[in-house]
Design a protein around this ligand. Structure first.
Ligand SMILES: Cc1cc2nc3c(=O)[nH]c(=O)nc-3n(C[C@H](O)[C@H](O)[C@H](O)COP(=O)(O)OP(=O)(O)OC[C@H]3O[C@@H](n4cnc5c(N)ncnc54)[C@H](O)[C@@H]3O)c2cc1C
Length: 320
């Protein structure tokens, strides 16, 4: 017996994985199930059944109240064993990336994180992942008995199917208490944004001359109802914006409808982060900047001249 088990703390990511999982399960001839952790998990099972899970393994324990990768990995491992799953698909969120290798270690399983594609070839699961700094895509096959794969969130859209019956299977978790104690929780400072939710993303790069000029970029983002992101130099070298705002290989990979690159050269380590953007607009004073190769619309010009004109026009048109 073997099967595919899906887990993500983000419902949308889990449903997207289930949608893709239906296709994989059919091709590999395996059952598809979902792992749900937490005190209200059983109540939410129906939506997972509607997206293709035939079993929902549900478990709760006081030790799961706050996320700790070690404890969540132990809980998931017990679900994997009970489900007799040999393929585990996890959303490659920040938590998912921490969980996947810890879970894999418990089964001596091969593990791939940040997967950008899943397919079945010759009855084997083929996993795609970016390689060589984002310049190429490598295809991998895990040869261990168990496979743990963390898949980029939003890679697959959630699509319910007609049949929606499923079985809720409670799992009696046996978990050790956490090794660390939570003393306090504080919300992030005001102004910190979750770029993965951005419909419009205005990204700024080293073309910006001064930190104070960020207000220009923020005004443009506000005019478009969008969020501000940046390249690595802006967050990690100049520290003008938070690390959470960096887009690219080592940062966020949002999928906005509209992405504006302002004073950004377009190095691959940045642009891999916005490959899923629907429309790309670039403003750069260098005609030969690589960003223009991937831009749908390019404006060659000084950002200090172009951006104020854009803001003025947007405010006229949209009144904000
Ligand atoms: C392992 C590794 C991982 C990395 N991960 C990331 C990552 O996740 N995200 C990331 O962003 N980078 C990452 N980098 C860095 C990346 O390689 C680039 O160095 C970086 O993206 C360049 O940032 P930039 O475009 O802001 O700066 P630059 O490359 O210096 O480009 C600035 C651009 O601004 C233009 N410009 C200048 N003045 C103006 C003006 N007045 N008006 C209009 N345009 C103007 C210039 O023509 C130029 O094209 C990584 C690098 C490595 C080695």
């Amino acid at each position: 017996m073997s099967g595919i088990l899906i887990y993500s703390e983000l419902e949308e990511a889990a449903l997207g994985l289930l949608t893709k999982g239906r296709e994989l399960a059919t091709k590999l001839g395996k059952p598809l199930s979902v792992a749900l952790l937490g005190n209200e998990a059983a109540d939410q099972a129906d939506i997972y059944f509607a997206h293709g899970a035939t079993q929902a393994y549900v478990g709760d324990d006081p030790n799961l109240t706050h996320f700790q990768a070690r404890i969540y990995a132990a809980a998931l491992a017990q679900m994997v064993t009970q489900a007799q799953a040999d393929i585990v698909l996890i959303g490659s969120t920040r938590r998912g990336r921490e969980l996947a290798p810890r879970l894999a270690q418990k089964f001596s399983a091969g593990c791939v994180t940040d997967a950008i594609g899943l397919s079945v070839q010759d009855q084997r699961l083929v996993i795609e992942r970016r390689a060589l700094g984002g310049n190429t895509v490598s295809a991998k096959v895990i040869t261990s008995q168990h496979q743990v794969i963390a898949v980029m969130p939003k890679l697959y859209d959630a699509e319910p199917e007609a049949a929606s019956a499923g079985e809720v299977i409670p799992v009696s978790l046996e978990l050790e208490p956490p090794a660390t104690k939570l003393i306090e929780r504080r919300s992030k400072e005001a102004g910190v944004v979750n770029l993965e939710e951005a419909e419009v993303l205005v990204c700024v790069g080293r073309g910006l001359a001064n930190k104070d000029d960020l207000s220009l970029i923020q005004t443009l983002a506000d005019s478009l109802g969008g969020m501000v992101g940046c390249t690595r130099p802006i967050s990690h070298e100049y520290h003008w914006l938070a690390e959470d705002q960096m887009v690219g290989l080592s940062g966020k990979e949002p999928s906005p409808h509209l992405y504006l690159a302002i004073g950004i050269s377009g190095q691959i380590q940045h642009t891999v982060g916005i490959m899923d953007a629907k429309v790309i607009v670039a403003i750069n004073n260098d005609t030969n900047a690589p960003i223009f190769k991937i831009a749908d619309y390019g404006i060659v010009g000084d950002l200090y001249q172009v951006v104020p004109k854009l803001i003025e026009r947007l405010q006229q048109e949209l009144g904000r």
